[in-house]
Design a protein around this ligand. Structure first.
Ligand code: HPA
Length: 262
């Protein structure tokens, strides 16, 4: 039996209800959970091994907030040189294994003036700025389940830290934006900016999954602060213990109430 066949058979007997894609930072949290099976990205057909610092590439079947969850520890990015079908392989695997709800997490730069490093944001809509004809696709209602946006806000407020529900602009990277691009994105209505999530959310919604997404704001977007923007700053904020604890609590609370939203 290949490692993938063994993992798939474990997943089929456990039937996870939900999936989560973890951006930078939450790796140690998922490592501490009860894990029933795990597989490296390179052993999953169609997946690619990670090339970015701070991103492991592992799929795990864990218990999180009392539910069985298919957890992707890391993701595949377009800026790593992968095509879109590869980048969305995680979501298609989740759908194939019968998952009904997916929670996407990412690191993002804050554009909205109230968003500071360490804040979380529930994504309510996105601006897909990934290729020339993205505008055509952005006319539909959007992939994020409104009940989940409300739920993420309620859970955060109940935990004492209300969060904004905002618009995520998804660009391909690999470079961070220029200050002029950030001013343009602000004028277009973006509250945060990042290099992932959009295609995953679209693919998941197309496959009939309900989608929730949280951005962890790791920096003020280019030109909005005096700090120089680099990947190590993004990683430092994403792995700050208070930030990890707040995001981990929100994810746990989300999963523990997962079955309640109809
Ligand atoms: N821009 C794009 N992607 C990001 C940023 C940013 O400022 N921060 C973290 N991911």
């Amino acid at each position: 039996m290949t490692p993938f066949a063994a993992f798939e058979s474990a997943a089929r007997s456990i039937s996870p209800q939900a999936a989560v894609i973890l951006g930078s930072g939450l790796g140690p949290v998922v490592d501490a959970l009860k894990c029933h099976a795990a597989i490296e990205f390179q052993d999953v057909p169609g997946f690619a091994a990670p090339t970015v610092q701070g991103h492991a590439g592992r799929v795990m079947l864990v218990e999180w907030g009392g539910v069985h969850v298919l957890a992707f520890r890391g993701r595949m990015h377009f800026y790593e040189g992968h095509d879109w079908p590869t980048c969305t392989g995680t979501v298609r695997l989740a759908a194939k294994l019968g998952v009904k709800t997916i929670l996407l997490t990412n690191a993002a730069g804050g554009i909205h003036p109230d968003l500071n490093p360490g804040d979380l944001m529930a994504i309510r809509q996105h601006l897909p700025l990934l290729s020339a004809n993205d505008w055509k696709h952005s006319l539909h209602a959007g992939p994020y389940t409104p009940d989940f946006v409300a739920k993420l806000q309620q859970l955060s407020a109940a935990g004492g830290t209300p969060i904004l529900a905002g618009v995520y602009a998804g660009l391909t990277g690999p470079t961070y934006e220029t200050p002029a691009e950030i001013r343009a994105l602000a004028a277009m209505g973006a509250d945060a900016v990042g290099m992932s999530t959009v295609k995953e959310a679209q693919t998941a919604a197309d496959l009939g999954l309900r989608v929730a997404a949280i951005s962890c704001i790791t920096n003020k977007a280019a030109g909005l602060s005096a700090d120089k923007l680099d990947h190590s700053e993004v990683q430092d904020v994403a792995s700050r213990p208070d930030v990890v604890a707040r995001l981990a609590k929100l994810v746990t609370d989300f999963f523990s109430t997962c079955g309640e939203t109809t």
